[in-house]
Design a binder for this molecule. Structure first.
Ligand code: PLP
Length: 391
């Protein structure tokens, strides 16, 4: 086997997975691994969920795709379910996170133009990650994402993450800013949690200036942090636009940009579209995921197991000189080290636990939200051992 026909875009772990079951993955030699990544916060229901598998098979036998030429009842139902969960009014259903983000940016710009702002700009934050399209990398943190891809998309202004005053000052100073876009908890940026009250303060500042608050909940949403959406941890922080993807399809590509009020009615026939987005198959999957998550009380589980995992990590790593901080909400957890964490990923892999490293020094844990007490303990113990081994 060779990967020499693949464009060389990933530094891959030396393993090839063939099969999954719940929180377990099996490689091509039959070795099993406890999955604490979930395909980057995607497989929140674990692998090969039988109810989801049955829904996929049934829908594949019924109708997979029609394009958005006629009405798609499953798409209408999914939009309603997402609006119900999020407090929004309308959804645009698409395929990937980056496309949901593009939709949000287009809503922001068109909203600006409708208010006679000629060059509408979007306020973004340091350390952001919004995906890999040109607009998304332009909105994301400068660095390797952007390197070699200039000219970038214009119209983004950046302030520090977690600093509501800096954002308010930017809105005050620049009346061409029409929207603020950020992750409620930064994922790729190192599992960074803003100070309490940050989102509420941003909401207030946006209201003062008639600016849209847009939250990228692609990684933190869908129960990951113990709420359907991460901003729901904070009072009075309801945004105007939310982007959702990753866990929405548990591995089948499906994403959404949901909006309320004026933002929900910006896009009109001809102004935006997608060939694949909102297919009967994708929507059946997402509807089934939401239903399964409800049945399994997924938010409560994420909260409980997240607490268990973090408590165990804190117990095991107390006094470790290698650890800067253990942080997280629900099952979105980061262990920041003083040094490069690559050895932790390898040690854990050898010990049969898959973990991820982001921002070089942060061990990121995003296990399926269905993990058992025993699995949560095993993840924490292996990570602690791996960190100690490299100290
Ligand atoms: C993963 C991610 C994206 C991009 O999603 P893709 O499906 O890879 O395009 C955007 N924003 C956030 C916060 C993400 O975590």
């Amino acid at each position: 086997m060779t990967d020499s026909y693949l464009m060389n875009t990933y530094a891959r772990m030396p393993v090839a997975f063939e099969r999954g079951e719940g929180a377990w993955l099996f490689d091509e030699h039959g070795t099993r691994y406890l999955d604490a990544i979930s395909g980057i916060a995607v497989c929140s229901l674990g692998h090969s969920d039988p109810v989801l598998a049955e829904a996929i098979c049934d829908q594949a036998r019924t109708l997979i795709h029609t394009a958005n030429l006629g009405h798609i009842r499953l798409q209408e139902r999914l939009a309603e379910a997402l609006c119900e969960l999020s407090g929004m009014d309308r959804a645009f259903i698409t395929n990937t996170g980056a496309e949901a983000v593009e939709c949000a940016f287009k809503i922001a710009r068109k909203h600006g133009h409708s208010r006679n702002i000629e060059t509408p700009r979007i306020l973004v934050v340091e350390g952001a990650f919004h995906g890999r399209t040109l607009a998304a990398i332009s909105a994301s943190a400068p660095g390797k994402l952007q390197l070699g891809f200039t000219p970038l998309v214009d119209g983004f202004h950046r302030v520090p993450f977690g600093d509501a005053d800096a954002a308010a000052r930017a809105l005050e100073a620049d009346s061409s800013i029409v929207a603020v876009m950020l992750e409620p908890i930064q994922g790729e940026g190192g599992v960074r949690i803003p100070p309490d009250g940050y989102l509420t303060a941003l909401r207030k500042a946006c209201d003062r200036h008639g600016v849209l608050l847009m939250l990228d909940e692609i990684q933190a949403g869908m129960g990951r942090t113990g709420r359907w959406f991460a901003h729901q941890h904070e009072a009075e922080s309801l945004p105007d636009v939310i982007t959702v993807a990753k866990a929405l399809g548990n591995g089948v590509p499906v994403a959404a940009c949901v909006a309320r009020g004026a933002a929900a009615n910006v896009l009109t026939p001809g102004s935006h579209g997608t060939t694949f987005g909102g297919s009967p198959l994708a929507c059946r999957v997402a509807l089934t995921v939401i239903e399964r998550m409800r049945e399994l009380d997924i938010c409560e589980r994420a909260e409980r197991q997240g607490q268990r995992l973090r408590d165990r990590l804190r117990d095991r790593l107390e006094g470790s000189k290698r650890v800067v901080e253990i942080r997280g909400r629900g099952l979105m957890i980061g262990v920041e080290l003083v040094d490069d964490a690559a050895d932790v990923r390898q040690y854990a892999l050898d010990a049969g636990v898959l973990v991820n490293v982001t921002h070089e020094r942060v061990v990121r844990l995003l296990p399926p939200l269905i993990i058992s007490d025993e699995q949560a303990r095993r993840i924490a113990d292996t990570v602690a051992e791996a960190i100690d081994a490299g100290a």
